[in-house]
Design a protein around this ligand. Structure first.
Ligand code: ADP
Ligand code: ZN
Ligand code: ZN
Length: 817
C-alpha cells in the first residue's frame, strides 16, 4: 500500500510517547508504504522509525512547528501488515511502553539501524600523547584510541573502567578528540543463493557437448533450480552452467532462500480419529470460528490429546483461508509442536523463537508476511507474527510463567494472544492440564468457553501418585538423602524393566549453600545480596542473579580457607547421587547449565526418545508438555521448594509444577507411577496435585485470592526502582511513594479504586550492584490503575525518565520478587 499524501505518520524507536508526522521528498514518495522503516531526523540524531500511515498535514499557519523530511526509506517491502497497527497501539498503551519501541521489540532482531557516536583521536591528540603528560585516565583514553575510532562503550570495555562522559568532553574541548556519528549497517540481510534456469526462448541445442546438453535438457524439463541442487548430480555443474550461460542457453541469477531451522526428516501423517471429547471440542470451537472473536479454554489432563485438537482446528482455519498462530512456552516445545504440524501440513509451517539466528528469524518472518506460511508456531514473541487474517490463535500450556517477558517490553504473550484475537475477530484457544487461576476464573465467570478432555487418550490411566512424608524419614546420608527407600526401590524396578525415570528438583547446581568451615560465613556474590551456588562441572561458584562466577579453587572470599562445606543441593548433586546409587544406569541432566548451548535441549530430548537415557534429572524444564511414552516413573525429590516463595502465586505455581511433572509418567502403553517426597503432605497444593485435580485446587485457591483481594479479583501494577547509589535509589523510591499518596489524597475517588503498597526493599535488595525497591499498586480495574500510573508519570516525568535510577512499570506482574 503506497501512500497518497506527502506526509507520513511515523513511530520512532525511542522512549517517546506516540507517533510523529514527517514529510516525504518527491524522490522518496513512491517508496513510502505502511510497515516500512524510515531513517528520520530526531533532534540532532537520526533514528529508525516505522511508517504507520498518512500523516496529518500542518495546520494553515504551519502548526507552529516545522515538519521535517525523512532522510531515507530503509525497506524495499513492508515489515508488517497495516492490520497489526491497532495491536501495536494497544500493547503500547496497555504496557505503558513507547509505540516505536513496541514495534522494534516485535520485529525480528538485527533489522535496525543504529545511530551511534564514535570518538576519533585528532592529530593534536596524537601530539598530546607524546608531548604532554595528561592525567592517567585521559591518557588511557587517548592510548585506547590510538589504534582507531571507538564508541564510548568500547572505550569503557577496553579500559575495564567506567570512563565518564565528562572525561570525553574534556578531551573534546582540548581538541584532542572529535566525535562523529555513524550508522551501523543492519546485521540481518536475506541470504541469497545462485540459481540457474534455461534461456527463454531456448536456442537450438544442436552443437552442445553431451554433458552440457544433459544439463540443458534437465533445465528445460524441471525448470529453475538452485545451482546447489544441480551440483549434487553434476559435480562440474558450475563450469557447465557457465558455458551454457555464455552460449545463451542458460541464465544465472540470485534468489533469496529460506533457512530451515531444523534438519530432521519429518514423515507425513494423517488426522487421527478423534475420541468423543476431542470431536466435541473440535466441532464447537470450529463452529465458533465463523462468529468472530471468542475465547475458549481447553482443560485437558496430561496426555488427553490436546495437540490433536489444535491440529484439526488449524485445518478448519486454513480451509477457510485464514491463518493460524500456535504459541508454546518453551523453545524445545516449539520443535515438538513444529514436528507435529509439519507432519500434518508440510511446508506451510513457519517457526519463530529466540534461538533462531538473526537470518533464520528474518526468513521465517518474510515467509509469514508473503503468505507463504499459513501456520506460525513460536514462543511468546510470536504473538507479534505478521499475520494479516488469523482465524485461530492457540496458546498451549497457557499457565506457563514463561509467557511473561521480563525485560525490555514487559508483556504477557498469553494475554496479548487474547487481545490480538479480539482485534482480529478470531478465536483464541488456551490449552492446559493445569489452567491458571486467571484463565479458569474467566471460564467460570463466562468470559470464555470451557472445553474438557477428562481422560487420557486410549483410556490410559493417569499415573498413581504416592506421597512420601519426608518428616518421618530420618538418618539419611549421602545419596540416600535425596531418594527415600520407596523412591529408590521404584527406581531400581524401573531400571530393571528397561523403562525410563524422570527425577525432578526445581533447583540447579551442586551445592546451593556453600559455607566456610574456617570463618562460618556463607560464600556470597560480590555484586548481589545472595549466596553463590557451587557448580561442580564448571569448577565454579555462580551467582544465579547476575552471572558472577568465582573459581571453586579460590576458597572462602572472606578468610581464604579452602574448607568450604557444600550445604544445600541442586540437580547436579542429585545427578551425582543417582550415579552413586545406580552406577550402571545411563543418566543425564536437563537444566539451564546443561542446555546453555544451542541445540542441547533437543539433543537431550532426542536421546530420551531414542532410549539412550535411563534416568533424567532436571528442573522445571522437564515438567513442560513433552510426550515420552517410555517414562514410567517420576520421582519428585522435594516438592516444597516453590511453596515457600513470598509470592501470592506460590501455591498455584507449586500445584502446576507437580501436576505437570507427574503428567510426564505413563503416557505410553505401560502405566505410570509418581513418587512425591514432601515435608508438607497435607498442603492443598500437594494433595490436589496428587489427584491431578485443578478444579479442587481452584476452589481452595480462589477463596484465598478473594479474601486478600489478589488477582483475579484485582489488577496489579508493580513499579520497580533500582540504582547503583543506595541513597539516591531509596530517595527515588520514597519520592514515588509520597507521590502516590499525595495523588490519592488529592483525588478521593481513586482511593476506593487503587491501593498503594510500599515502597519496600526488593529481595534480594542488591542485584548486580543495583539496589532495588518496589511498590505494588492494586486496582479494582485496569482502567483505574492505568489512570493512576498515568497521573504519576505526568506529575513527575523526571522520575520515570531514563537515568541512573531506573523506574520500570510492570503491568500484571508475574514475578513479584
Ligand atoms: P496432551 O497435549 O493433551 O498432553 P498429546 O496431544 O500429546 O496430549 O497426546 C498424547 C498422545 O496421544 C500423542 O502421542 C497423540 O498422538 C496421541 N493421540 C491424541 N489423540 C489421539 C486419538 N484420537 N487417537 C489416538 N491417539 C491419539
Ligand atoms: Zn571463611
Ligand atoms: Zn550476583
Amino acid at each position: 500500500m503506497t501512500l497518497g499524501s506527502p506526509y507520513i505518520e511515523v513511530a520512532v524507536a525511542l522512549p517517546v510517547d506516540g507517533a510523529f508526522t514527517f514529510s516525504l521528498t518527491d524522490a522518496l514518495r513512491p517508496f513510502a508504504a505502511v510497515g516500512k522503516r524510515v531513517l528520520a531526523p530526531f533532534g540532532s540524531r537520526r533514528v529508525t522509525g516505522y511508517i504507520l500511515g498518512e500523516g496529518r498535514p500542518p495546520a494553515g499557519d504551519g502548526g507552529g512547528y516545522e515538519i521535517r523530511h525523512v532522510l531515507d526509506i530503509l525497506d524495499e517491502a513492508p515489515l508488517f501488515p497495516p492490520e497489526m497497527i491497532p495491536f501495536f497501539r494497544w500493547v503500547s498503551q496497555y504496557y505503558r511502553h513507547p509505540l516505536g519501541e513496541v514495534i522494534h521489540n516485535a520485529l525480528p532482531a538485527g533489522l535496525n539501524l543504529y545511530d551511534y557516536a564514535v570518538e576519533t583521536l585528532t592529530d593534536a591528540g596524537r601530539d598530546a600523547l607524546s608531548d604532554t603528560d595528561p592525567p592517567p585516565l585521559q591518557s588511557a583514553v587517548l592510548h585506547a584510541l590510538a589504534d582507531g575510532p571507538l564508541t564510548l562503550k568500547e572505550i569503557r570495555r577496553r579500559l575495564e573502567t567506567d570512563v565518564s562522559l565528562s572525561v570525553v568532553y574534556t578531551l573534546e574541548k582540548k581538541g584532542w578528540l572529535t566525535r562523529s556519528r555513524q550508522l551501523k549497517s543492519p546485521q540481518t540481510r536475506e541470504r541469497r543463493e545462485r540459481w540457474v534456469g534455461s534461456a527463454d526462448p531456448p536456442p537450438p541445442s544442436g552443437n552442445l557437448t553431451p554433458a552440457r546438453r544433459r544439463v540443458f535438457d534437465r533445465l528445460l524439463r524441471e525448470g529453475d533450480m538452485p545451482l546447489r541442487t544441480l551440483r549434487k548430480d553434476e559435480p562440474s555443474a558450475s563450469t557447465l552452467v557457465k558455458a551454457l550461460a555464455e552460449s545463451g542457453h542458460a541464465v544465472l541469477f540470485e534468489k533469496a532462500v529460506y533457512r530451515d531451522p531444523f534438519g530432521d526428516p519429518i514423515l507425513p501423517d494423517a488426522p487421527l480419529d478423534l475420541n468423543r471429547a476431542q470431536a466435541r471440542t473440535v466441532s464447537r470451537v470450529g463452529a465458533a470460528m465463523a462468529e468472530g472473536f471468542s475465547a475458549h479454554l481447553l482443560a485437558g489432563v496430561t496426555g488427553s490429546g490436546k495437540t490433536e485438537v489444535y491440529l484439526q482446528l488449524a485445518d478448519v482455519a486454513v480451509r477457510q483461508g485464514r491463518e493460524v498462530l500456535v504459541l508454546v512456552p518453551e523453545i524445545a516445545l516449539t520443535s515438538q509442536m513444529e514436528h507435529r504440524f509439519r507432519a500434518r501440513f508440510g511446508e506451510c509451517v513457519a517457526v519463530l523463537h529466540s534461538s533462531l539466528g538473526g537470518g533464520e528469524r528474518y526468513d521465517q518472518w518474510r515467509r509469514i508476511l508473503t503468505g507463504d506460511a499459513k501456520i506460525v508456531i513460536g514462543a511468546r514473541s510470536a504473538v507479534f507474527a505478521p499475520l494479516r487474517n488469523p482465524g485461530l490463535i492457540v496458546v498451549d500450556e497457557e499457565h506457563d510463567p514463561s509467557y511473561k517477558q521480563e525485560r525490555d517490553l514487559l508483556y504477557n504473550g498469553r494475554d496479548m494472544a487474547v487481545v490480538r484475537a479480539k482485534l482480529s475477530g478470531c478465536v483464541v484457544l488456551l490449552g492446559s492440564a493445569t489452567p491458571s487461576i486467571q484463565s479458569y476464573h474467566n471460564a467460570v465467570s463466562g468470559r470464555s468457553v470451557e472445553h474438557v478432555l477428562n481422560r487420557r487418550v486410549s483410556d490410559r490411566p493417569l499415573p498413581e501418585i504416592e506421597i512420601v512424608d519426608l518428616r518421618r524419614i530420618t538418618d539419611r546420608f549421602g545419596a540416600r538423602r535425596f531418594f527415600t527407600p520407596p523412591l529408590q526401590a521404584a527406581m531400581k524396578e524401573t531400571l530393571d524393566r528397561g523403562e525410563q525415570t524422570l527425577i525432578f528438583l526445581n533447583r540447579r547446581g551442586f551445592a546451593t549453600y556453600p559455607v566456610c568451615g574456617g570463618c562460618g560465613e556463607a560464600v556470597r556474590c560480590k555484586h548481589c545480596d545472595i549466596t553463590l551456588t557451587l557448580h561442580k562441572a564448571a569448577n565454579a561458584y555462580k551467582c544465579h542473579y547476575c552471572g558472577f562466577t568465582r573459581p571453586s579453587a579460590a576458597g572462602c572470599p572472606v578468610c581464604g580457607s579452602a574448607a568450604v562445606k557444600l550445604l544445600g543441593f541442586g540437580t547436579e548433586k542429585v545427578e551425582a547421587g543417582v550415579q552413586a546409587l545406580f552406577p550402571g544406569a545411563r543418566t543425564a541432566r536437563m537444566d539451564r547449565d546443561t542446555t546453555a548451548r544451542k541445540g542441547s535441549v533437543l539433543k537431550i530430548l532426542k536421546d530420551l526418545r531414542n532410549g539412550a537415557i535411563d534416568i533424567l534429572v532436571g528442573t522445571q524444564m522437564v515438567t513442560k508438555g513433552h510426550d515420552f511414552p517410555n517414562i514410567t516413573l517420576v520421582g519428585i525429590v522435594c516438592a516444597d521448594l516453590s511453596l515457600s516463595f513470598p509470592d501470592f502465586r506460590a501455591g498455584e505455581r507449586t500445584f502446576q509444577l507437580l501436576a505437570q511433572v507427574a503428567g510426564r509418567a505413563g503416557r505410553g502403553d505401560a502405566p505410570g507411577r509418581v513418587i512425591l517426597q514432601t515435608y508438607n503432605p497435607s498442603h492443598f497444593s500437594i494433595t490436589t496435585a496428587r489427584q491431578q485435580d485443578f478444579r479442587a485446587f481452584y476452589q481452595r485457591e480462589i477463596d484465598f485470592r478473594k479474601a486478600l483481594g489478589y488477582p483475579p479479583f484485582s489488577r496489579l501494577i508493580q513499579i520497580r526502582i533500582s540504582g547503583k547509589d543506595p541513597a539516591k535509589t531509596r530517595n527515588a523510591a520514597e519520592r514515588l511513594g509520597d507521590l502516590c499518596r499525595s495523588l490519592l489524597a488529592a483525588d478521593p475517588s481513586s482511593r476506593s479504586a487503587v491501593a498503594v503498597m510500599g515502597p519496600i526493599e526488593g529481595s534480594p535488595h542488591r542485584v548486580a550492584e543495583r539496589f532495588r525497591w518496589q511498590m505494588l499498586l492494586k486496582g479494582t480495574s485496569a482502567t483505574s490503575l492505568h489512570r493512576f500510573v498515568g497521573g504519576l508519570q505526568s506529575r513527575d516525568p523526571a522520575l520515570f525518565a531514563r537515568g541512573p535510577v531506573r523506574v520500570t512499570v510492570d503491568v500484571d506482574p508475574v514475578n513479584m520478587l
